[in-house]
Design a protein around this ligand. Structure first.
Ligand code: GLN
Length: 186
């Protein structure tokens, strides 16, 4: 069985662990570089990206994570997507730069910051939960768009890495988690 680490410093990591188990993988909560080393891929969950970055620094996980990502797949959802981006604005903050995309945080505004909608993905529709989501404001030539909402790319992959600005761990549909599992060599 494929072992997927879920960064468990902050945010909704437990829901991702349950989704990975439902999708047929084995989920491990990751809080140390030793736990990370045993994983075939890593999920960075939703939460609060500034706090998550600070906790990564405090735990000494930034360099181990960059090293891990140079060989293995990383999937970031919402706050995790912010951490995978190249450039982050509103406000600006450091990130891992694993994908050639820029994001604007909390870009849908206060009134409509959380909602359940239907998005367009390859091969049909997908129900998607957005919670204070970022908007992908620039996509480089490398990333491939897998899903869109209102014209904005909301699900992208670049090589082994992947992001969603929504939360697939909160719905029953397992397509996003299954696609990530496929990126991990068996
Ligand atoms: N608004 C959060 C941030 O900027 C992300 C929200 C989420 O992960 N649901 O980090």
């Amino acid at each position: 069985m494929k072992t997927v680490g879920v960064l468990a410093l902050q945010g909704d990591f437990e829901a991702h662990c349950r989704a990975i188990a439902r999708a047929g993988g084995s989920a491990v909560e990751v809080r140390t570089k030793e736990a990370l080393a045993g994983c075939g891929g890593l999920i960075i969950p939703g939460g609060e990206s500034t706090t998550m970055w600070k906790l990564l620094e405090i735990e000494g996980l930034i360099e181990p994570l960059k090293q891990f990502a140079s060989e293995k797949p990383v999937y970031g959802s919402c706050a995790g997507a912010i951490l995978l981006a190249k450039e982050v604005t509103r406000p600006a903050q450091p990130s891992l730069g694993l994908m050639d995309i820029d994001v604007v945080r909390n870009a849908y505004g206060r009134q409509i910051d959380s909602r359940i909608v239907t998005i367009c993905v390859e091969g049909g529709d997908l129900e998607a939960v957005f919670i204070r989501a970022p908007v992908v404001s620039r996509v480089g030539s490398g990333p491939r768009i897998l899903g869109k909402y209102n014209g904005d790319p909301v699900w992208l992959e670049e090589g082994r890495h992947m992001i969603t600005t929504f939360h697939p761990e909160l719905t029953a549909d397992l397509r996003v988690h299954k696609r990530f599992l496929e990126k991990i060599p068996g």
